[in-house]
Design a protein around this ligand. Structure first.
Ligand code: PRX
Length: 651
């Protein structure tokens, strides 16, 4: 609540500079015209965007078929995503882009590689042929478990070329998490690497794949990129080297003509149960959404060097490192490593050396930089920057102002973009040449997006007021389902309010109707802009033989936004000590990945429960954040538990 109050005291307003507004892809006039169209008919708005921004082999016959909660967009249309991201920049009036940089890549050790649109096209065609040679057919799933190297971009685009849905698994996930995702998607082939560079040292990846595949019988082949040169075991008949299979692959591979609703990718994200959800996105609607939003919100021009710091293992990397950026023919910078290597100024050094013009990152990174001191960005010339963006979590006004001043030199608009893995693309956002910004607010819905804030009864709140964030009308980038689980899809997103998408976030609208997204209202934590379900961490903890019961909550953290706090009841015979805490923290990291590792573990003899046996998370949250428990405790089963929990507080 304190955060909400401080946010809502924020009164500063920043207008787009006249110079920026004049040159913007979407100026005030365009935006008000498109808003009118989108308000009146989202279908007509998106149909126009699909026509203007996407190349179709066959034009769609019907814009939307909506049988809530199942949507089909651009029915009858045929297209190919890799064609839109590559081939169309090599043809006709765009043919000059053949030798324009598509991807500027920088490895953590400082090695670089620039792939022009012509080269990227050749590499993608060759890898598409490799996939075919190894038995991958249209509709087969391919899992990618890779560092941030150009081969990852090549591999996803190659999948789209032949219509094989990809499932990218973030390289920070552990073997167990990888195995679950491979099995759930039924992947046939895995692409990986010997390792990647992180914090100045090679970090192996292949051993996790070997371990995962012991329990994943569906995988027939593994393609391994040599990145670090580290030792790997190659399993005969299953594992092949990328460089060997690519050597003789043909650079000609016609793009498959796919239905607009052909599955494009599955991406796993955390929900309120222990099992991650495979969010399904399809071809035509997703591409229309990400291409249109990237062009309008990042104001992409041919001269831009655009850098989004997200890993391709997350939705931001899918939509705004690869698809939305390349489909616009822009230059996308990709960086392999951590921000702090070799020094805290690595990112600013990259911006200066490559002349980055548009920069998109997460509030958690900004907060880390603030703490490290202004001298690091100030030691670099950042004058190439003209537009800044943030994503993944609410940005506190203080961080917004610092970003504006120290990184943007007070000349760059900031686009605070709200969206989700499920929404596919940006939904609530400033348009940098047309919308006044307020620090901490994602401002207004993108044209054609019908977002609203509802109260518990489903009525729109009367601003200024807060409630639950929803989307009332279907949009083209929306998830089409949860892979293999239509029931969960309905329950999770469409059951709170009829025919309305419930995002799981709380939001406030101010007098002007601006949206202030406050964060999750369900049992999902947002750690450094990454989603982790409390249940996921709980199931990892109880899978340890010394644990009888566990409850996990988030507590506010200055840098990461939220930190994981675990309340654990060990089995009677074990010693609840520091050693066990260490063991449990490592256990969680091994089961899920380092991002889920609890910042704090507290041992307790019992957990506070209602009479019906539900863990009282609200109480645990208060205890974890050091607040007194003012809430209603009348349903508590055992009052003494509370007192004991507070005593368990760490030094
Ligand atoms: O809580 C919201 C927060 O991130 C969640 C979505 O997480 P994920 O699917 O991992 O996607 C992150 C990148 C798109 C949302 O439910 N979130 C995302 N962007 C913002 C945000 N919260 C506030 N402001 C934002 N700009």
């Amino acid at each position: 609540m304190a955060d909400i109050e401080s946010l809502l005291k924020e009164k500063r307003v920043f207008k787009p500079s006249p110079a920026f507004a004049r040159a913007a892809n979407w100026n005030k006039k365009t935006v008000s015209e498109l808003r009118r169209l989108g308000d009146k008919s989202p279908e007509r708005f998106w149909a126009r965007m699909a026509k203007e921004n996407v190349s179709w082999f066959t034009a769609p016959k019907k814009t939307l078929q909506w049988k809530p909660p199942f949507a089909k967009w651009f029915v009858g249309g045929k297209l190919n995503v890799s064609y839109n991201c590559l081939d169309r920049h090599l043809e006709g009036e765009n043919a000059w882009r053949r030798n324009k940089a598509a991807i500027i890549w920088e490895g953590e050790p400082g090695d670089t590689r620039v792939l022009t649109y012509g080269e990227l096209h050749r590499e993608v065609c060759r890898f598409a042929n490799v996939l075919k040679d190894h038995g991958v057919r249209k509709g087969d799933r391919v899992a990618l478990y890779m560092p941030m190297i150009p081969e990852l971009a090549i591999a996803v685009l190659a999948c789209t070329r032949i219509g094989a849905p990809h499932s990218v698994v973030f390289g920070g996930f552990a073997a167990e998490a990888l195995r679950d995702r491979i099995n759930d998607a039924g992947a046939k082939l895995v692409v990986t690497a010997d390792g990647g560079y992180r914090k100045g040292a090679p970090l192996p990846l292949k051993p996790a794949v070997d371990q995962a595949l012991q329990g994943a019988p569906g995988v027939e082949k593994v393609v391994v990129v040599r990145r670090t040169g580290g030792e790997v075991t190659m399993k005969a008949d299953r594992d092949v080297w990328w460089h060997e299979v690519m050597e003789h692959a043909s650079a000609s591979c016609p793009p498959a003509k796919l239905d607009a609703e052909h599955p494009l990718f599955i991406l796993y994200t955390s929900g309120t149960t222990g099992k991650p959800k495979g969010i399904l996105h399809t071809t035509g609607g997703y591409l229309t959404h990400v291409t249109t939003t990237a062009k309008a919100i990042f104001d992409l021009k041919d001269e831009d060097t655009y850098w989004c710091t997200a890993d391709i293992g997350w939705i931001t990397g899918h939509s705004y490192v690869i698809y939305g950026i390349l489909s616009n023919g822009a230059t996308s910078l990709m960086y392999e490593g951590t921000p702090g290597h070799p020094g805290p100024d690595r990112w600013w050094d990259i911006i200066e050396r490559w002349g980055v013009t548009v920069f998109y990152t997460a509030p958690t990174a900004i907060r880390t930089f603030i703490r490290q001191g202004d001298e690091h960005p100030k030691s670099h010339d950042l004058s190439s920057l003209r537009l800044l963006g943030t994503v993944g979590e609410p940005i506190n006004p203080e961080a917004w102002i610092w970003y504006n001043k120290v990184i943007g030199g007070r000349r760059c608009p900031i686009v605070d973009t709200w969206w989700q893995t499920e929404t596919g693309g940006i939904m609530i956002t400033p348009l940098p040449g047309a919308v006044d910004t307020k620090p901490g607010s994602a401002t207004l819905p993108f044209p054609g997006v019908h977002a609203d804030v509802l109260d518990e009864d489903g009525d729109p709140v009367k601003p200024p007021a807060g409630g639950f964030l929803v989307i009332r009308k279907p949009w083209p980038g929306m998830l089409r389902g949860i892979w293999g689980d239509p029931k969960r899809f309905k329950e999770q997103y469409w059951s709170k309010y009829p025919k309305t998408y419930f995002a799981g976030d709380g939001a406030h609208r101010d007098k002007q109707g601006y949206f202030w997204v406050m964060g999750r209202v369900d049992d999902v934590m947002n750690i450094s802009g990454h989603r982790i379900g409390t249940m996921e961490v709980e199931s990892a903890l109880v899978s340890h033989s010394d644990v009888a019961e566990a409850a996990v909550v988030g507590r506010p953290d200055e840098i990461t936004g939220t930190a994981v706090v675990a309340f654990v009841t060990p089995i009677a015979s074990v010693q609840a000590d520091g050693e066990l805490k260490g063991a449990l923290r490592s256990h969680v990291a091994r089961q899920i990945g380092a991002i889920a590792r609890p910042a704090e573990i507290r041992f307790t003899e019992a957990l506070p429960k209602t009479r019906s046996g539900k863990i009282m998370r609200r109480l645990l949250r208060d205890i974890a954040s050091g607040k007194e428990t003012a809430g209603d405790t009348s349903t508590l089963e055992d009052y003494t538990v509370l007192a004991r929990l507070r005593e368990s507080e760490e030094e």
